[in-house]
Design a protein around this ligand. Structure first.
Ligand SMILES: *Cc1c(COP(=O)(O)O)cnc(C)c1O
Length: 366
């Protein structure tokens, strides 16, 4: 039972069949019909002119940033945003682009946050503010949904100031499922957005970037420069088409299971969580007086995989490969593990090995 991430979902039998039978061409030459079908279906689904298939969400975000910004420009985002935290410094490394962050504990930015970070573009001392990025749902903030009104207000403000808005919608359809608002409406003010097919939607590989035709055309050049042009990629797009068609409607079940798990965790001694803050498929739980890595190890021995994102914080992610039965078993294991007295000893004795922490520190048992 793998609760570490929704990236662990495996392609279904139907996807594997579609992959085997996919009609393919050379997508770099623009003639893979299955890739084209996926790009068109996605663009339509999210209400944009055009879309582009990429090997990863990271590459999609990087393509967006490098397309919207020139060297020396500035991109503004909340400090827990994927593009700031987890993309190897790509904006700076590959684009000479400066990132300026702000802090919002629940990840849901206010227009004020962006207003406070905007530069005076006519002053040559200052970088030019070129891009705002909003993550929806916001992973590090616990899978929170950024409400449509908020996103719209940020988009309006961006456009008022000649700035572009990119939405990191790695889990955009989780936001759709949780809010009941169609994805296309959620991102109607976004100049570009990306979405991962390889997370809760269940495809083995691939993400999509969408926006205006001219933007996507330029982003194709960036994708090529990054080495992301793929040839008979229809093999992958075939699975993506199924993920896009059937995946979004299945996400509500993950959210319901996440809520249930949160309620169980809230009753366990040493586990701290407010279930009302669980809006989608992510369950982050704080720990008091017990050690995250010790819980991870105790669960792991019983066949339950979870992630310690800090010594005192665990992450559980619900996804389509975890059904009610798996959740029931996980709950049983957690009830057992919570009674284990060694969890309180902050890992003395029985725990071995190093556990990479989210903040880069490494925790070792004493
Ligand atoms: C997973 C993720 C990405 C990147 O996707 P990869 O395909 O893993 O590169 C970007 N943003 C968010 C919010 C994500 O969760």
């Amino acid at each position: 039972m793998d609760f570490r991430s929704d990236t662990v979902t495996r392609p279904t039998a139907e996807m594997r069949r579609a992959m085997a039978e996919a009609v393919v061409g050379d997508d770099v030459l623009g003639d893979d019909p299955t890739v084209k079908a996926l790009e068109e279906a996605f663009a339509e689904r999210v209400g944009k002119e055009a879309a582009m298939f990429l090997p990863s969400g990271t590459m999609a975000n990087v393509c967006a940033i490098l397309t919207h910004c020139r060297p020396g420009d500035e991109a503004v985002m909340e400090e827990g945003t994927h593009s700031f935290r987890y993309e190897g410094g790509a904006a700076a490394r590959l684009g000479g682009i400066q990132v300026w962050t702000f802090v919002r504990e629940n990840g849901v930015p206010e227009v004020e946050d962006f207003r406070s970070r905007i530069r005076n573009g006519s002053d040559p001392h200052q970088p030019r503010t070129a891009l705002f990025i909003v993550e929806n749902t916001h992973n590090l903030a616990g899978g929170r949904v950024v409400p449509k009104e908020r996103l719209d207000a940020v988009g309006d403000f961006a456009h008022e100031r000649g700035v572009k808005l990119h939405v990191d919608g790695a889990r955009l359809f989780n936001a759709e499922a949780a809010s009941g608002i169609p994805a296309a409406e959620l991102v109607s003010k976004a100049d570009s957005l990306m979405c991962c097919l390889s997370k809760g939607l269940g495809a083995p590989v691939g993400s999509l970037l969408a926006g205006e035709e001219a933007f996507i055309q330029e982003a194709r050049r960036v994708r090529k420069a990054l080495g992301g042009g793929m040839r008979q990629a229809g093999i992958l797009a075939a699975a993506g088409l199924i993920a896009l068609k059937d995946g979004p409607a299945a996400l509500a079940a993950d959210h319901a299971r996440a809520k249930k798990l949160a309620m169980v965790l809230a009753d366990l001694p040493g586990f701290v969580i407010d279930p009302s803050e669980v809006e989608t498929n992510m369950v982050y739980v704080g720990l008091e007086g017990i050690s995250g890595p010790a819980v991870v190890e105790a669960c792991g021995k019983r066949g339950l995989l979870v992630l310690a994102v800090r010594e005192d914080r665990l992450r559980f992610v619900l996804h389509r490969d975890l059904d009610d039965e798996a959740l029931g078993q996980a709950i049983q294991i957690l009830n057992e593990v919570a009674k284990d007295p060694f969890l309180k000893q902050r890992g003395k004795a029985q725990i071995s090995g190093k556990f990479p922490m989210d903040d880069g520190a490494t925790w070792e048992p004493s």
